[in-house]
Design a protein around this ligand. Structure first.
Ligand code: HEM
Length: 435
């Protein structure tokens, strides 16, 4: 039996398969509660998570990705460390990513990405979502079985983000191969393995493509653009975009933003497809209902996001002493916020561990975060997963779990990827009757 009072959420892989029990334990101590290491407070309450996400005066997002795996390169003194934190930005891993930025810098970067997520852009992408889904399903439709994360969800997410950026087919396929079977922020990775992160390779490719498009847009080279083989595609638009005040993003800004989309939208979407199909495979009545009435799919996705959403933890750091949920928080305290835990707060959601398609206010979960950093890809993710469910249901009859891989009914087991960031099924083995 694990002693939850002592385990370290960031390093103990025994918490990976059932984080819910651990978060329930923490919540029972308090919705904002100290953890026994590294000056960390865990936020497991729904209201408290929203309050924390909205309070940009007292909480800084500089450690959004690394959470409590942060070492401040200065000694914390007093009740306001905001200036010291900003001065130390370069020394904090992943702090240049959009999700770790704040204020004007964050708004500037977000304005570039916002061009990709307009309703018209997403409408134009819609036929590709269907095409990509069917092309992937074609590859296993006659087999009567599939491992969904590897054969469908992973490649689907990579190909859709590539289409969002308007990448050519050869690059799309290379990215698919690069990201095959990747797991972000592995808890058990050696430093060498960390350095082999496929997003680094992908970033190098994107950098070259972006440089080409910037060069082609240069006033002196414009007349030669056709000779240089320059394309007027979506990536060219992003590469030459300006900040709202007319400022010019650097090449590194644009490459970082484009690569971040694969980091943020890849495994999240893959694992949401898997979480949804796990419910469909284990609840035949829900499967039938969605087949009979596909208009229920959006609500179904929201309840899956609430019950088993992909994001397990993110970080914040208290930059000015304050209180949260009645608990005193001193400057320098690391905050771990968990959409997964907040979505199972019984004060907000009745019987939170139960799947209920008719749950009132089903969209009020916090799986996509809240505040300035709310997921910019939420609408796309919802459409990607809805199209996937529609197409998988249309092409696969009588979907069920593979007993050989997940054990018999009543004694199922599922493996989750060893990462503290995501709640990510490692694999989902399904069987079905080919349609
Ligand atoms: C099931 C799918 C997804 C889930 C559950 C999810 C969840 C989240 C969450 C919780 C955040 C906020 C993080 C924080 O506040 O620290 C976030 C931010 C973000 N997500 Fe997603 N996401 C999903 C899919 C996507 C997709 C498909 C894309 C793009 C292709 C995307 C791009 C982003 C970006 C760029 C941010 C940073 C926004 C900012 O800092 O302003 N996400 N996501």
């Amino acid at each position: 039996m694990l002693d939850y009072a002592k385990v370290d959420f960031y390093t103990d892989t025994r918490l990976v398969d059932d984080p819910h029990a651990y978060f329930d334990f923490l919540r029972a101590q308090g919705r904002v509660t100290p953890m026994p290491y590294r000056n960390v407070m865990a936020v497991t309450g729904y209201e408290e998570m929203i309050q924390l996400s909205l309070d940009t005066e007292h909480f800084n997002t500089i450690n959004s990705v690394v959470g409590a795996m942060i070492e401040l390169p200065f000694e914390v003194k007093g009740d306001d460390i905001s200036a010291e934190l900003e001065a130390a930005r370069d020394k904090i891993p992943f702090s240049s990513q959009i999700v770790s930025q704040s204020g004007k810098r964050h708004a500037d970067l977000r304005s570039i990405l916002a061009r990709l997520f307009t309703p018209s852009r997403l409408r134009a992408l819609e036929p590709k979502l269907h095409e990509t889904a069917d092309a992937l399903i074609d590859q296993f439709a006659r087999d009567g079985k599939v491992e969904l994360a590897r054969q469908y969800g992973g490649p689907y997410a990579t190909l859709v983000i590539s289409d969002l950026l308007g990448l050519p087919d050869d690059v799309r396929n290379r990215f698919r191969a690069l990201l095959d079977d990747s797991v972000p922020v592995r808890m058990d990775a050696t430093p060498e393995e960390m350095m082999k992160n496929p997003l680094v390779e992908l970033g190098k490719d994107l950098f070259k493509l972006i440089v080409k498009r910037r060069l082609a847009a240069h006033p002196l080279l414009k007349p030669l653009a056709r000779l240089l083989g320059a394309k007027q595609d979506i990536l060219a638009e992003v590469a030459t975009a300006r900040f709202p005040d007319g400022g010019k993003p650097t090449l590194v800004d644009i490459t970082g933003l484009s690569a971040f989309l694969f980091g943020a939208g890849q495994d999240t979407t893959n694992r949401l497809v898997c979480a949804c199909m796990k419910v469909i495979a284990t609840m035949p009545d829900v499967q039938q209902l969605l087949r009979d009435d596909p208009s229920r799919i959006p609500d179904f996705i929201d309840e899956c996001l609430r019950l088993d959403g992909a994001v397990k933890s993110g970080g914040r750091i208290c930059q000015k002493s304050t209180t949260l949920g009645g608990v005193e928080i001193k400057a320098g305290t690391v905050m771990i916020l968990s959409p997964l835990a907040a979505n199972r707060d019984p004060r907000r959601f009745e019987n939170p561990g139960e799947f209920r398609l008719d749950r009132p206010k089903i969209k009020e979960h916090v799986a996509f975060g809240r505040g300035a950093h709310t997921c910019i890809g939420a609408l796309l993710a919802r459409r990607e997963v809805a199209v996937s469910i529609e197409r998988l249901l249309a092409r696969m009859g009588n979907i069920r779990l593979s007993d050989a891989h997940h054990g018999p009914a009543g004694n199922r087991h599922f493996d989750y990827a060893p990462t503290y960031v995501l709640h990510a099924l490692s694999s989902l083995h399904l069987e079905f009757d080919p349609v």
